[in-house]
Design a protein around this ligand. Sequence first.
Ligand SMILES: [Zn+2]
Length: 464
Amino acid sequence: MSTEWEAVIGLEVHAHLKTKTKMFCRCALEYGAGENTHTCPVCLAHPGALPVPNALAIEHTIKLGLALGCEISPHAIFARKNYFYPDLPKGYQISQYEQPLCGRGALTVPTPDGEDVVGITRAHLEEDAAKTVHAGGATGRSVGADYSLVDFNRGGTPLLEIVSEPDIRSADEADRFLRLLRQTIVELGVSDAEMEKGTMRADVNVSVRKRGETGFRPRWELKNMNSFTFIRRGIDAAVREQVAAYERGETLEQSTYDYDPDTDRLTVHRSKEEADDYRYFPEPDLVPVEPPAELVERLRAELGELPGSRIRRIEAEVGYELAYELVATGNEPKAVALVEHGVDWRAAANVAMNQPDFLLENAGALAKILQANVTRDALNAAFVAAGTGSIDVDEYLGQTAVSDESALEPAIDAVLAANPQQVETYRGGKEGVLGFLVGQVMKETGGKADPKVVNRLLREKLQA
Ligand SMILES: [Zn+2]
């Protein structure tokens, strides 16, 4: 993109709330259950059936709202959003419109050189629609399918919708915001927020404008994005196509697009002329939600230190990139466990990123082995043993890596003598060959040498 243009991005994130039952009835929520096995008169919209709100879903929404610094409404109202689709038997979705549970807030996202403060417009509670499966013909695609089937299990699932302000300026920023928001949602226990399982998805609004412009140009909405990678690529594609269109002198209109990851192209889903008018009105079958102050304060007290501030704290130990990845991937508790057993932060963070969760139960034993500077083979064997649940620390402590210089020198001299070509290459300025020589010394010592010491000794001898 020419530097003359900047992207303007806002996100609408949907997450299935973690509850045992649906939003307005007592049907169980069970991932992977047989089709249409969890339905009742309420979620199938039989005449006369009345909705009863799920108290835990309301608590989850307030909790997430508090984590985002949102104003919690003392008087939130459910509203009917009217539209017709076969996966919506009532002919309307119960959502929140004018008075959502959570009003304005913000998520502060640490960045390499500061922070992005992304405004939150609102967060509200609604119910998901059922799931339509296009079958026959070109299976899985609405175009070309012979017929469609509806699974009503998902219909009525409590859904949290978080709407951001258009404060995001690049695909990178969007990615950092989304992954931090997801980790916050997961840690609070309000949702599993797994994109691959469909329990989190996002609509992405993208427009561009010339730097210095203050207003907004028409935006394209990329609907139902369910992968962080595709969101990044979809944003880049939208920005690229919009800038190209403006530079050709075209005007654009607000439209909804589908992003096709196979072609990296956007296709129009529907244009503004076909925009829906949902005719929202307050849901007459439900009273307003008026959360008591004690409830809000109890939920606030449960928040703990949030991921964004932990990234800043750990950054001081391991640098920004590793701190962000550690927290955003949920690997941080493993690193913390090792640190608590005396391992230094950087080593603990690297191990935590690369080893599975069983590390947690064996943190004490593994910390001892890590600090004993054992050989690589012994360390790998210890991790394998930890995976089976039993680990005998003493078995590994004896296998200390050789770091005594006088013991390593003969092996290093032998390797240098056997590889005159590589020595010449290194001295000619191609230092990349050092890795090969370290590897040869490790082989020569049967994997028992301390690679850090080998590295240093080799450099010294090669410079001599
Ligand atoms: Zn039901």
